[in-house]
Design a protein. Structure first.
Length: 98
């Protein structure tokens, strides 16, 4: 996996995981920790998306590629945890100063 592919998959995966996390937070009536929910969603998106890409591209599931899948999952988790809340906070701060 080269850096361009990693960044492309990261951006798409983080965006999908962020949107799914926010939708699940609004759909679930009980209060869950948003970080734990983001971890669960990003694990599904990261491992599922990366393994689907590997399968469709004909990339073998070697030890190195499995490590890349795990790193992709961690990167997507961190990106989705920080993503939505920080963007929402930034918009609120910009709107409050004008």
């Amino acid at each position: 996996m080269n850096i361009t592919l990693f960044l492309l998959m990261f951006v798409i995966g983080a965006a999908v995981a962020t949107i799914m996390t926010e939708a699940l937070k609004k759909a679930v009536s009980q209060k869950f920790s948003s970080n734990i929910l983001a971890l669960i969603v990003s694990t599904v998106v990261g491992l599922g998306g990366t393994s689907a890409y590997y399968y469709l591209a004909g990339i073998p599931f070697t030890g190195q590629n499995i490590v890349c899948m795990i790193l992709m999952t961690v990167a997507i988790w961190l990106g989705s945890m920080v993503g939505y809340d920080k963007i929402k906070q930034l918009i609120e701060q910009i709107g409050g100063k004008q």
